[in-house]
Design a protein around this ligand. Sequence first.
Ligand SMILES: Nc1ncnc2c1ncn2[C@@H]1O[C@H](COP(=O)(O)OP(=O)(O)OP(=O)(O)O)[C@@H](O)[C@H]1O
Length: 455
Amino acid sequence: MSLLTENQKFWDRVTELAHQNIGQQAFEFFIEPAQLLSIEKDVVNILLDSGMKKDYWRKQSDLITTAGFEIFGRPLTYSLYAKDELSSNELNKLTSIDNVAETTSSETIATAPIANGLNEKYIFENFVQGPGNRWTLAAAVAVADKPGDTYNPLFIYGGAGLGKTHLMHAIGNEILKDNPTAKVKYVSSENFVNDYVNATRKNQMENFENTYRNLDLLLLDDVQFFSDKEGTKTEFFNTFNALYDKGAQIVLTSDRIPQELNNLEERLVSRFSWGLTTDITAPDYETRMAILLIKSESSRLEFPSETLSYIAGQIDSNVRELEGALNRVEFVAKANGITVVDIETASQALRSLKNATQQSLSNLTIKKIQDEVANYYHISFSDLVGPKRPKEIAFPRQIAMYLVRELLGTSLPAIGTAFGGRDHTTVMYAYRQISDKMKTDIEVQKDIDSIKRKF
Ligand SMILES: Nc1ncnc2c1ncn2[C@@H]1O[C@H](COP(=O)(O)OP(=O)(O)OP(=O)(O)O)[C@@H](O)[C@H]1O
């Protein structure tokens, strides 16, 4: 029997099962107009006439699972497409896919469709280009154009809230626009580790590997938070190799350069440099203004340019905070029935935002700062406050002392006591060292920024 007939048989069985289980009207409305596009490995691609029917179909996994077992001897997952959500180009591409089932696969099949994790809001079109992100944006566009070809892996690093995640999602969304059946997955490093741990616990490693090693595009965010446990590191290494070897695209982000990822193995870090490592730095004034302009357009309020300029002048190192400031101003304006937002309103709103930040710092303690710093640099608390002096420990210690002084205003002798009874001149030296670096060293700025975000 040909594979094509097998597919048809499978689809006939799906509709037959549906007929038996649901009412005639629902059957005619939801099931009959649906079309089988293709069956690729474990995934059945189904085309609906309307996107509003997706919810109904999402609840019909039993039909697909049962028919999958009956015809192919294994459960299948499914992906839904809707004619009214696709451009004619996308539709043509989809409907020209050969209806070939790869029935030879002996892999264990996941029972739920793979969620790609993408946020559709993050696209290239609404990413504002500026001197701080120009090259990274160009690289991201090139990767989306020719995944697996131009820069593989693409490693994006930079400080908090500067658009790394936005660009990652934009790559995924763009690739799916060109190829809706591409297997794309966005995942934070933390969730990758969670998925792995859950899979080992539930004895579902084959599922895990099926999900991750069959991707066309893996977007792995914040690799600095990757667990340093042996098992997960090895799994990540193997996943990386499997994807790279089959030409799948890998995009990674981090708040620091690969060489400073102490949590990952050397052999993995060295692979990151096979592709392109590129950074994003803080937006200049013009870029901040352009971002504010775009974001304020979606509000029903009017923002004269001097107000936007005022906001852009207040927050200069983090786009997420810039957005937060704009939201805050919008909120205060709306609460006061203001439609044209003047500088006075903006400054009032941002004053209360600063107060709120101070409020959150009021719960901060020296111990909390020490713990976060130790955690960030993957050293123990006792090393941080202990006598050891190698650079990997002395530098985090200086950072922690700087933060305690900066955020809590603690006296130098008291800081010395909290760090293992050190002399106040040592603390002063540490504070000066880091203050100087903060003016010129982008890596130190990024580290401090990331640690502060934890508080
Ligand atoms: N150039 C830009 N144009 C438009 N929006 C931007 C730009 N840069 C950042 N943003 C917006 O700022 C917010 C924060 O960006 P994003 O989450 O991508 O930062 P990040 O670098 O991944 O930060 P983190 O390291 O903290 O995860 C998002 O809402 C994003 O859309």
